[in-house]
Design a protein around this ligand. Sequence first.
Ligand SMILES: Nc1ncnc2c1ncn2[C@@H]1O[C@H](COP(=O)(O)OP(=O)(O)OP(=O)(O)O)[C@@H](O)[C@H]1O
Ligand SMILES: [Mg+2]
Length: 360
Amino acid sequence: MTQRSVLIAGDFRCEQAVKRKRPDAKIVGVLKDLALVEYVSSEMILDEVVIDPGVTPRGETLEEWVSRFKKAFPHVAVTVLGESTGRAKAQVAPANVITSQTVVIWSPKGGVGKSFISANLACAAAMATQGQAALIDLDVYSGDIATYLDLSDGPTIIEMLPELPRLRPDGLERYAQLYGPSRLNVICSPRRPELSTLVGVDHVKQLLSLATRRWGLLYIDTAPDITSDLLGEAIDAASAIVLVVTQDVCALKQGKTALEILRKLGIPDNSVHVVLNRCSKDSPLPEHKVEEYLEKRLASAVPDDRKAVERSVFQGKPVVLYPKTEIAASIWKLLSQVSPGLPLPDVDKRQHKTRRFKFW
Ligand SMILES: Nc1ncnc2c1ncn2[C@@H]1O[C@H](COP(=O)(O)OP(=O)(O)OP(=O)(O)O)[C@@H](O)[C@H]1O
Ligand SMILES: [Mg+2]
């Protein structure tokens, strides 16, 4: 049976909906611009174009565009989500995808990879949502996110502080830096440690409230200190927590204590995701033993890959931007557990020769 070639005019939610309703369809591309849809339709053989009604053509109504398109490409069926035209009869429901979430990445142990995981997880989320994600570095004393993403010269949280009480959600863009390759919005920590004392709990409260309204998906890197009020504020606001552990015995012990603390704080167990970072097959504590000890399933195990991580930090380019690596796959797996429903890159299909119009 030949697969129907479907081109989508919409975003990843629209793609998810089509995938759910038409698992057999071959999605040849996802485009947001109807002018590009016309161009692609003239370049390749298509069976159907599925349009999200939120996509608006330039200089005409959607109905006018559809009627013009059908005259130009009579062999291509057109489906506008929520209604059906042409040959396609299926109604496609909107996808159930997470669009608002505050994820705190934490460990009571220093140096286990919180910043590395934060930068990569947030970057993956930004790629999956085409820029609707932000990363906030709340390790105000010694934050590393600016280094991980090579953003050391731009504004930081400090410049924002005097404006915060008057700021509206879109005003945050003046103080966020855009990490170009993934369109991740990043709020960096102070450039110097002595400035960290200027950041108070109320600032964090206001910032998180504005940032969720502006970007929806928030990922927060933190400092290890559980007694910090700033961390407490972030944990209060969190809808999910990523607890980073390693195969080091001390890190595991502290990880276990952290799970107990989070439980005592009343955080539901299913909102806490444990990631085993720097995982090595040579360790006397393999993944299943870590799970047994913590009495919790691992959301993902990120391999210890010094070469890949050092190259990534040196270039200021997260490992998720090197798609075919095991370490990148482990981060995408973590994203699928923490922020379910976001579209993930399809590693197998990436090898195919068919031209695809998606970011990966
Ligand atoms: N999976 C990995 N493979 C190899 N090296 C890694 C991995 N994850 C992190 N590292 C390295 O481990 C070191 C510590 O990582 P990172 O700075 O992310 O830890 P952290 O928990 O944020 O530390 P801190 O508590 O000081 O903020 C860094 O040099 C980083 O490059
Ligand atoms: Mg750190």
